[in-house]
Design a protein. Sequence first.
Length: 131
Amino acid sequence: MNYQELIEHVAEDTRYTKREIRAVLRAFSKVIQEALFSGRDVYVESLGFFLNVPAAARSVMDPRTKRQFIMPATRRVKFVPSRFVKHKIRESHKLFAKIDPAEHFGLKEKDNGQVRGSDRPEEGSGEGEEG
């Protein structure tokens, strides 16, 4: 979902105009950015945490010049979803567990219970055997 789609969805779910939603999202983004820039973590209820995480100094290579140099220690932003979001994502993946891979990928089951690709010759059929 891109920014415009987000604005449209929120506007549909609320009584506010797209212009008002855009202004609120910009203010929301600005507040989160300012907190992160100042080194604070941000928790958004039912969404998750935006965390300032220290990143250690490391050796990197410039791909053009192949020269190695040390990148100094810095801070990175990490998003950790809330338990609610994690739970909902796990539930949504349960829908995919109902797909039968044998049926989906065109596999067939032999008499002995093994699953084979439908384009592979069966054992003893004479195809692909030497001798």
